[in-house]
Ligand binder design. Structure first.
Ligand code: OGA
Ligand code: NI
Length: 208
């Protein structure tokens, strides 16, 4: 257990009420260090690839929509991130317990936005695949300051809520209703992004 039941209950209450929740210092300094070490190893071995639009296999690259470079994680292969996956299991368990969500499966990537890049306003669901239920972001930018850019903007009820991508901050939101945007970053911007998936019974029928 990384966090107490009381903490989870408070956060997930906020998620149920507002469709998003922000938790500062969600990960420990140790986990932050492990993730950043992994991130830099992937960067140095050239594993980060230009992200496309659409489903994972869809390799259509549209620089005008998003400018990030990503690397899809694999729990079996990327064993150095085991504590991160443990934490995501804890999140999933608590979403099932407290929010009665029917979740099965997940997908995560690390993402680097080079200076000058952004991600235009969008929803995290694709026309052809609507099983993303919960978006999870862990921001990794130590010493982020005003003017560095790369804020995430949440569009909700005509309001714009700006979230600074500061290190160890968690942002969770409902993938099917929260439109959002990444503002142009003025420094390289690091994050770990993922989705908890909803896989209803009879998926074959729903996809046909
Ligand atoms: C995404 C996304 C937001 C962020 O990858 O779909 O919207 O803050 N990322 O990195
Ligand atoms: Ni998104």
């Amino acid at each position: 257990m990384n966090h107490t039941n009381e903490a989870w209950l408070e956060w997930l209450d906020l998620l149920a009420e507002n469709d998003f929740v922000i938790v500062d210092n969600f990960i420990s300094d140790e986990l932050y260090g492990d993730i950043m070490q992994f991130f830099h190893e992937m960067e140095e071995s050239d594993k980060l690839k230009k992200a496309g639009i659409g489903a994972q296999q869809d390799f259509q690259v549209k620089a005008e929509i998003r400018g990030d470079f990503i690397y899809w994680l694999d729990e079996e292969r990327d064993t150095k991130l085991a504590p991160f996956f443990g934490l995501m299991d804890e999140l999933t368990l608590n979403l099932k317990r407290f929010c009665y969500l029917s979740l099965s499966g997940s997908e995560f990537h690390i993402a680097k936005y080079p200076t000058g890049t952004y991600y235009h306003r969008h929803l995290d669901q694709f026309q052809e695949r609507r099983n993303r239920q919960i978006t999870v972001l862990i921001y990794l930018n130590k010493d982020w300051k005003e003017g560095n850019g790369g804020e995430l903007v949440i569009y909700k009820n005509g309001e714009e809520i700006k979230v600074e991508p500061i290190a160890k901050r968690l942002l969770v939101f409902k993938s099917d209703i929260i439109e959002h945007e990444v503002l142009t970053t003025q420094v390289p911007r690091y994050s770990l992004t993922g989705w908890l998936l909803h896989q209803p019974a009879g998926i074959g029928y729903l996809l046909s």
